[in-house]
Design a protein around this ligand. Structure first.
Ligand SMILES: Cc1ncc(COP(=O)(O)O)c(C=O)c1O
Length: 392
């Protein structure tokens, strides 16, 4: 059972705003901010390189925290700046050949899809969309029917940015494993919101960000790369940390996931990320998931009951991202009303998941994304505002 009073006391932002924008960036808890500040103070006091040397054990602890979060091994984790960097380093590290097929999903994230397009332009790979089932989630059996020996990569978004859908990552992983096909999972919106175990999912690569449901600092992210595929990878943009420079004609690549890192990084932010993961692990990811589910169901059901409001979330399994439209009222106006009552929220627009918006002929949507530290009263306040907007 989560101690909501203690959690909210740890989260100063809850005194100022009703923060329903956790799919954008969550409110950081105090231990995260304190960790970042402490390290900046140390840098100010003794110098950046010297502060990093003193923080070595703590930095090692960040990797350890991520391995606990994912069920991964220490040398399978790279700390990077955000989910996009993590994803790109993994994807562009694969040695694609002309005619290779990449199978992805209708709700794929924009930055990832642009990566496929770039690879299609450079190497002549083919991009194909796995059909959805009747609920709007990826259909694993449809995926199975698409497989042949030209399929090089299955690459999907677990939880799309634009709605409450949770794609069946594990069922897809089972098929990828059965056919020995590389599997890249975008778990940017998943981590910190629900349990993730890379072995149970069966993914080879997983990209994540710190600032969303994990409640870490902005500008943090990480990549999981299964140990036995690292030797086959050569990411773009390697430096003399990711590789060993041997002589005028030679370099060799690192053998662990630090191959995907660069030498320079924001130590304070990385330590903050570790503090955020520890905070979530201490509360318990299952307990977090259960409460986020209670709040998002209350919100989704409350919205669906308002005349003129249409909830647009897909899937049998849903998460703490809730998207909707209000008949006759532009999303910008609904968002302005919500902001006026102190509710932070955002708008889902076509450019982040263009295939899905086109297939479903969606307009821009209002996106509310609660987290475990929100209260029922906050959810009801948001509902009241939307009710008034729908009536007005
Ligand atoms: C599903 C998904 N993937 C990737 C990203 C990109 O994450 P980042 O901004 O940390 O690079 C986002 C950001 O909203 C996202 O929602």
């Amino acid at each position: 059972m989560l101690d909501l009073d203690a959690i909210r006391a740890d989260t100063p932002g809850t005194a100022n705003r009703i923060h329903l924008n956790n799919a954008g960036a969550a409110l950081m808890p105090k231990p995260v901010v304190d960790t970042v500040r402490r390290h900046l103070d140390l840098e100010e006091a003794i110098g950046g390189y010297e502060a990093k040397a003193e923080a070595q054990d703590a930095l090692e602890g960040v990797y350890h925290s991520i391995t606990r979060l994912l069920g991964a091994k220490r040398h399978e984790i790279a700390l990077v700046e955000n989910a996009t960097v993590a994803w790109n380093k993994a994807f562009f590290g694969i040695s694609f050949r002309e005619g290779d097929r990449i199978l992805t999903c209708q709700s794929e994230y924009g930055a990832n899809y642009i990566g496929y397009l770039q690879m299609a332009k450079w190497k002549g790979v083919r991009i194909e969309i796995i059909p959805n089932d009747s609920s709007g989630a990826i259909d694993p059996e449809a995926l199975r029917a698409m497989l042949d020996d030209r399929v090089r990569l299955i690459s999907i978004t677990h939880i799309p940015t634009s709605g409450g859908l949770v794609n069946p990552a594990e069922a897809i992983g089972a098929i990828a494993r059965e056919h020995n096909i590389l599997y890249l999972l975008d778990a940017c919106q998943t981590l910190g919101q629900m349990p993730v175990d890379v072995s149970a999912i069966g993914c080879d690569m997983l990209s994540a960000t710190g600032r969303k449901f994990l409640r870490g600092p902005r500008g943090t992210g990480f990549l999981y790369m299964r140990s036995d595929i690292i030797a086959d990878m050569e990411p773009p943009m390697i430096d003399n940390f990711a590789a060993n420079w041997i002589d005028a004609n030679t370099y060799t690549l690192r053998k662990d996931a630090k191959l995907f890192e660069l030498w320079e990084s924001n130590t304070a932010a990385q330590l903050g990320l570790g503090a955020a993961i520890d905070y979530a692990l201490n509360l318990g990811i299952e307990a977090i998931r259960d409460r986020a589910e209670i709040l998002s169901s209350r919100l989704r059901e409350g919205l669906a009951a308002i005349d003129g409001v249409t909830v647009r979330d897909l899937g049998h399994v849903k998460c703490a991202i809730v998207t909707f439209e209000v008949a006759g009222k532009p999303p910008e106006d609904v968002i302005a009303d919500l902001n006026q009552r102190g509710v932070n929220c955002s708008m889902s627009t076509a450019d982040s998941t263009i295939l899905d918006f086109a297939a479903r002929k969606l307009p821009s949507l209002v996106r509310l994304s609660p987290h475990y530290y929100n209260t029922e009263v906050e959810i009801d306040t948001a509902l009241e505002v939307v009710q008034a907007a729908a009536e007005g």
